[in-house]
Design a protein around this ligand. Structure first.
Ligand SMILES: [Zn+2]
Length: 64
């Protein structure tokens, strides 16, 4: 078996970065957004960010 350094590993790293970026965007928003902090619920923007995070976690193979 080849080492984990091929294009698949590189793609996995890119995916990881996309997930972390989406997650960071969501967290940063909820920490800065008054509606999210006081409402205890995701506002519309947070909902979009959460969806983007979920989509990034699933990967491009499952677009639903
Ligand atoms: Zn918000």
């Amino acid at each position: 078996m080849p080492e984990n350094t091929g294009p698949v590993a590189a793609q996995h790293r890119v995916m990881d970065a996309a997930i972390q970026t989406a997650y960071a965007a969501f967290i940063h928003h909820t920490q800065a957004c008054v509606e999210c902090r006081t409402g205890g619920m995701d506002c519309a923007v947070a909902g979009d960010l959460r969806q983007a995070y979920r989509a990034a976690k699933k990967g491009p193979a499952q677009s639903r």
